[in-house]
Design a protein around this ligand. Structure first.
Ligand code: ATR
Length: 481
């Protein structure tokens, strides 16, 4: 079930939020601590004003609550609210016997016994969780993974404590995957909000429509993307739409990862079928792969990992994604020479792709030694980025591969002052923003443009094929273009 956390200052605003999200949710949590003093007195009426079961919660400040109040007053507010027909009430682990508990039991309101930790995942988490459930209550832990290893611990809860009614949440960036894959953790619900009431919360709409989190079951194939950062990635939208369109019971999840080793353990643990790899792990994954394609070997980086019998196989679809939009211009003879700006991982794949098609390449980089390394491996020229203007008018294609101009630094251009003749094809692999400063200047001069989104889409389509064995459905809007 998807539960919307309501933390507005009035009941009316909470109701508006609930209505906006109604089609995506199964229940709601009313946060008393967010309500103003006068509204709190009316909280008991709330369940009768809405058409979903409601959890009553008054978070303490130490547990992420919004209101400084004495413990006595807090319990009094809970008692008064319990006059209404709430379905559940949240009571913290360390509150021993209380009138709130007695009243809830007498009225048949289910108790969610909760433990919060904003710093870490406690070492004794399995026994703590077990004790929370002892009286037949629903055990809830909301803790903070500090590494991907901690995330793996949370996923092990279900194996250790199967059969216990529970809610297991990893808060913060590492924990986002626990909110999406909540059913795999044995959680009976996941919390959602539009404004991230708790760290890492995802909107109910995204959980329901993009991830279809409430439809995930034991048979659902899990895919994803690893990176750091990763939440900005457009890949989940694209792959999830594709999976849904071909009626494949699968989900694609963003995984914020700190090291590749614990992720491979996790991938084995939940029997992942494959995943995408983004910055900064495209080289780190290589040592875990039993089989790699020729492209991966040549380029030295891998952006796609798939399970094959007995091992993981590494593919590089960046290469293909990059070349696809310009391949006809190369084959038609319009592109014979290229200037590649930047000498990082992406540049390496691109230089190799261009050399494969016989294009003469010059690499320009701030750090000359990095350009030299790629140039040596691929038999091309290199120069300092400061000398860019030397190449004015002499190349057919200009490819921009650095992070200069990337959101939020949209006013930057790595070759400021470069004069385009208008005959060049200019390709920026940045996809946010779609129109970078470099592309704007190239457009003014009349150049033909190619966008980062094109490369992203093409490499993603190939990944989709590697993951599913099917073409990316042509009738689906990938959300990228
Ligand atoms: P990726 O794998 O995305 O290519 P990377 O390996 O970190 O990322 O490479 C980043 C590229 O952007 C490099 O070419 C880098 O230049 P240096 O090799 O000199 O570091 C380039 N880059 C990043 N910031 C830059 C800046 N402010 N000016 C010029 N180039 C920059």
């Amino acid at each position: 079930m998807i539960c919307l956390t309501l933390a507005e200052s009035t009941l009316d605003e909470d109701i508006i939020k609930l209505k906006e999200n109604r089609e995506y949710i199964d229940l709601a949590e009313l946060r008393l601590d967010a309500l103003s003093e006068s509204e709190m007195g009316k909280a008991s009426t709330f369940p009768s004003l809405v058409d979903v079961p409601v959890i009553l919660t008054f978070r303490r400040v130490q547990d992420g609550g919004k209101r400084e109040i004495s413990e006595k007053a807090r319990r009094q507010a809970l008692l008064e609210a319990l006059e209404g027909s709430f379905s559940y009430v949240d009571i913290e682990e360390d509150i021993k016997r209380s009138e709130v508990e007695e009243k809830a039991r007498a009225k048949g309101v289910r108790i969610i016994r909760s433990l919060h930790d904003f710093e870490k995942v406690p070492e004794d988490i399995f026994s703590r969780l077990y004790h929370l459930s002892e009286k037949g209550d629903i055990a809830k832990i909301a803790v903070t993974p500090r590494s991907f290893q901690d995330v793996l611990t949370l996923f092990r809860v279900e194996e250790e404590l199967r059969g216990i009614e529970k809610i297991v949440i990893g808060m913060g960036g590492y924990g986002v995957c626990t909110r999406i894959l909540y059913k795999r953790l044995g959680s009976f619900l996941t919390f959602a909000s539009d404004n991230e009431v708790a760290p890492g919360q995802v909107s109910a709409r995204t959980l329901k429509l993009e991830y279809r989190a409430d439809e995930i079951n034991d048979k659902t194939a899990v895919y994803g993307i690893i990176g750091n950062p990763v939440m900005h990635s457009a890949s989940p939208l694209m792959h999830n739409r594709g999976f849904h369109a071909i009626k494949y019971n699968a989900v694609y999840v963003p995984f914020l990862v700190d090291n590749v080793r614990s992720f491979f353990m996790f991938a084995e643990f939940i029997k992942m079928r494959g995943f995408s790899v983004t910055v900064p792990f495209k080289v780190d994954v290589l040592s875990y792969l039993g089989n790699i394609t020729r492209e991966v070997k040549q380029i030295g980086s891998c952006n796609t990992v798939v399970r094959v019998p007995g091992m993981w196989k590494g593919i590089n679809t960046d290469y293909y994604g990059f070349i696809k939009p310009i391949v006809s211009d190369i084959e038609g003879g319009r592109i014979k020479s290229a200037l590649v700006i930047g000498a990082g991982g992406a540049s390496h794949a691109i230089v190799w792709a261009l050399r494969n098609y016989g294009v003469k390449v010059t690499i320009l980089n701030r750090t000359l030694s990095r350009a030299e390394t790629i140039a040596r491996l691929n038999v091309c020229d290199y120069d300092s980025i400061e000398n860019a203007r030397k190449y004015e008018g002499s190349v057919d294609l200009i490819v921009q591969t650095t992070s200069v101009g990337l959101y939020p630094d949209e006013d930057k251009n790595p070759i400021e002052g470069f004069n385009f003749t208008g005959r060049e094809i200019v390709y920026d692999i940045i996809y946010k923003p779609r129109m970078t400063k470099l592309l704007k200047e190239a457009e003014k001069a009349g150049c033909t443009l190619h966008y980062g989104a094109e490369m992203l889409l093409e490499q993603g389509k190939l990944q989709f094929e590697a993951f599913t064995g099917y073409h990316y459905p042509r009738w689906v809007d990938s959300g990228l273009m």
